[in-house]
Every structure is written in C-alpha cells, then in structure tokens.
Design a protein around this ligand. Sequence first.
Ligand SMILES: [Cu+2]
Length: 177
Amino acid sequence: MKTSQFTLIIIGLAASMPFPLPATAHDHDSMVVIRDDCEPNDPGYAPTGGCLRKEGDVSFAEFGVELSSPLAPTSLIGHQGWRMDPPYIKIDADDTLMVRNRGGRAHTFTEVQNFGGGKIPSPALNKGLATAPECLVSTDIAPGGKAEVTGLTEGNHHFQCCIHPWMRAIIKVKRED
Ligand SMILES: [Cu+2]
C-alpha cells in the first residue's frame, strides 16, 4: 500500500472570517473551495452544528430529500450544493494547495486511499458504503476555516469530506516542467 507523507494544516477556525479573501495569482491556481448552501434560519441544522452561511437557500428537509433517489436506493447521492469546487485539479509537485470552507457547515478535506463512507454512522449519509478508514481520524474544517495541503507526491490523490462523503476531489500532482 502506498503511504502518503503529505501534510494537512488546518489554519483557521473562525466562523467570522471575512471572505472572499484576496487571493494571489499563485494560489488561485491551486485552491479547492468547500461549498454548501445551507439555510441559516432553518432550525433543522441546529442539532448538528447549525448553519453559518449568510445567504444559503437549502432547507434541512430539502437536503434530506436529495440523499435519496428511488432509482438508486443504495447509492450514495447527496445534495450537489455540498461539493468540492473544483472536483478535479492539477497542481505541480511543489505547490501548496489551499482549501477554504465557504459553506455554513463543518466539512473535512481528507485524503483517502479509496473513496468510501464518512465518519457519521448514519445510513442516510453513507448508504451502503463502508467508512473510509482515514475518516476515523479526520479533522473538521469549520465554516470560514481553511487548510493547506503540502507535500503531495506525484500522481493522483483522492480527497473526500468525511461528513458528506459524496463531496470528493481528485488532486493530480504533476512533475514540475
Ligand atoms: Cu462535508
């Protein structure tokens, strides 16, 4: 099994962080934004951390409906407003990948050997997927928080949210030329 020596540094957890922050030309090319669109006034989110997004429009009930498709009763399908943006990005080997949570809910950005279920033992969130083992030690990124990923080796890397496991990204690390 390939071991990974990358570093994930969670930098900020302040929900009040003003954003968008000015991005330099460099990190604009290597940034993944974690997004959701939760509705802040819906009390349905309160038991699981609330919603700190100022202008979200997806109610808790609406979020729940999107977890199911009658055409795929055992497949993992979630609300597509909850997503890694972009879901595929290419970076150079010595680049730092910036990760920002601009949603209103907590998410993780966790490297996994294989995409799988998350750490919340909820059939609705994981459907039939086994929990990715890396998710058991994943670190939440609060709304407004950010992280940096450095030290990724050349090749493809799989990252997912360990709370909403349909939120996925592939980071392709190229040799700098
Ligand atoms: Cu998430």
